[in-house]
Ligand binder design. Structure first.
Ligand SMILES: NC(=O)c1ccc[n+]([C@@H]2O[C@H](COP(=O)([O-])OP(=O)(O)OC[C@H]3O[C@@H](n4cnc5c(N)ncnc54)[C@H](OP(=O)(O)O)[C@@H]3O)[C@@H](O)[C@H]2O)c1
Length: 332
């Protein structure tokens, strides 16, 4: 099969398009022909490498898979279109689970065929196209989990960082459908226009405005009920500052770094909470499908690259030049 293989950590140049042997499934696993695989920021973390995290080389990235089942099992027939739920068991202490194509032993969806646990297979909802189905298993599921953990109710105000990101654009669509008032952050005119089109009530361009002052102005100095923060070190101090009394900051990512300096007094004096979110469960993914169908939500797709052009796809994400999900077409 054709696959993008990495044999060491590094920049986009370590992504190598190769002909390699098809995987053979272990017990309890099934082979899936990958139709589309979304690019996620996790792919860049794994490609670059992280202290204390390892993969087994040669490694195949890609955690967001829509494909076709290659053999019959249970209720599934050969040829069924499926989604692969990305979480797998891990032996790492104090970590809930591993991710297919992430750190650990599991090769992912940057390959024509992938071997995954049968228990991770979900039937692709018929109303989603293959592209759309590959776009939601990481960003949309995480945003859904974060919104659930925020305990926000209709009419509450939420701050969502990075309107153009996978997680941010997903959170805007889902929060809008839940009836929340949305303040989101962009960094240029084009992203601002697209964020408004997506349904954000207020958009703050951080390249020209002070985010803290603007959020407080927009909320009459009260602050927001919750913040969806996937950006990390650079945004945590602001996220905590703009929370209202008893507000909740939900965190899932560290794009700008994993060690933040925060105002602890501000946190406890308003009895605020910091809540972690890691992906979401398989049953949450099924509820998300139902919610998206009910509310007629289609994932925002920025672009589709051919598998062999993966370096361009990674470059686009690293330059934050996307609005929504970047996909790889793996098999036609
Ligand atoms: N815990 C989980 O289960 C989970 C799941 C999914 C993702 N994540 C993590 O969440 C993060 C986002 O993932 P993604 O795939 O959505 O990433 P992405 O599409 O690459 O988006 C990155 C975002 O970060 C924003 N950003 C970068 N620097 C910033 C700064 N200094 N201030 C404010 N915003 C800044 C960018 O906004 P601009 O374009 O305006 O700069 C962009 O919107 C990643 O760290 C990823 O690993 C975690």
């Amino acid at each position: 099969m054709k696959a993008i293989v990495i044999r060491k950590h590094g920049g986009p140049d370590v992504l190598s398009y190769e002909q390699i042997q098809d995987p053979s499934p272990e017990k309890g696993h099934v082979l899936v022909r990958v139709n589309y695989c979304a690019v996620n920021h996790l792919d860049i973390w794994v490609r670059n490498g992280m202290p204390g995290k390892s993969v087994v080389f040669p490694h195949i990235l890609g955690c967001d898979i829509c494909g076709t089942i290659l053999e019959e099992f249970g209720d599934f027939r050969k040829g069924d279109k499926v989604i692969v739920y990305p979480a797998v068991d891990t032996s790492i202490p104090r970590v809930s689970f591993g991710i297919i194509g992430g750190f650990g032993k599991y090769g992912g969806g940057y390959a024509e065929i992938v071997s995954v646990p049968k228990k991770n297979i979900i039937k692709k909802p018929g109303w989603l196209s293959d592209k759309e189905a590959a776009a939601i298993n990481i960003s949309y599921l995480t945003a859904w989990n974060m919104l659930e953990r925020s305990r926000c109710e209709k009419g509450d105000t939420i701050l969502i960082w990075g309107a153009n990101s996978g997680v941010g654009s997903a959170a805007i669509l889902l929060a809008k459908a839940k009836g929340l008032k949305i303040i989101t952050i962009t960094s240029d005119k084009n992203k601002t226009a697209l964020a408004k089109k997506l349904g954000a009530d207020f958009v703050i361009d951080r390249s020209i405005k002070d985010v803290t002052l603007e959020v407080l102005r927009l909320t009459n100095q009260v602050g927001v009920d919750a913040v969806i923060d996937h950006v990390g070190a650079k945004t945590w101090p602001i996220s905590l500052e703009v929370l209202k009394v008893k507000g909740r900051m939900i965190t899932c990512g560290t794009t700008t770094g994993g060690e933040a300096v925060v105002n602890i007094r501000s946190l406890y004096s308003k009895e605020a909470q910091i809540i972690g979110a890691y992906l979401g469960s398989k049953s949450q993914l099924v509820s998300l499908h139902k919610f998206m169908k009910l509310k007629k939500i289609r994932p925002v797709i920025d672009s589709v690259f051919d598998l062999k052009d993966v370096k361009d796809a990674h470059q686009k994400m690293e330059e934050s030049n996307q609005f929504g999900k970047i996909l790889l077409q793996v098999s036609s």
